[in-house]
Design a protein around this ligand. Structure first.
Ligand code: ZN
Length: 146
């Protein structure tokens, strides 16, 4: 078992304290709300999607270090990608968090692989991604991880 301190690596701490793209996005044409009742993480995600490409993405909300860092890293990872690429990325990311020895090279998202050791935290790390999917599908109801 990994120590919890090891999970909170420098990059995660940096992204949780100084989240990237942390703002309301003016001109957003998609948005969705997500909630993780297990931990109390809440976020609202804003997107500008133009012809299947995520042109801009931002979020705001409050949650634990893992949920905030994961949302911040996600906004950096999906900006400029197509909806299809984004869905494939989420699938790979989810595997990274749930399956041991997943071989995927996910760049910076790889940092969150340690979450696998803490099943309670997987929902914190995937909240932003579930919310992203809801925003892309134009879902009206808030997303809950439960
Ligand atoms: Zn959390």
């Amino acid at each position: 078992m990994m120590d919890l301190r090891e999970l909170y690596q420098e990059v995660i701490i940096d992204h949780s304290r100084h989240p990237r793209n942390f703002q309301v996005l003016s001109g957003a044409n998609r948005h969705a709300e997500g909630f993780n009742p297990l931990c109390g993480d809440r976020l609202t995600l804003y997107l500008i999607v133009d012809q299947d490409i995520i042109k801009e993405v931002s979020f705001e909300g409050c949650g634990c270090a893992i949920s905030t860092a994961s949302a911040s890293l996600m906004t950096e990872a999906v900006k400029g990608k197509t909806v299809t690429e984004t869905q494939a990325l989420f699938e790979n990311f989810h595997q990274l968090l749930t399956k041991p020895d997943s071989p995927k090279d996910l760049g910076k998202l790889q940092i969150l692989a340690g979450v696998r050791q803490f099943p309670m935290r997987v929902k914190c790390a995937t909240l932003a991604w579930h919310t992203l999917q809801a925003a892309l599908e134009n879902k009206e109801e808030p997303v809950s991880t439960e």
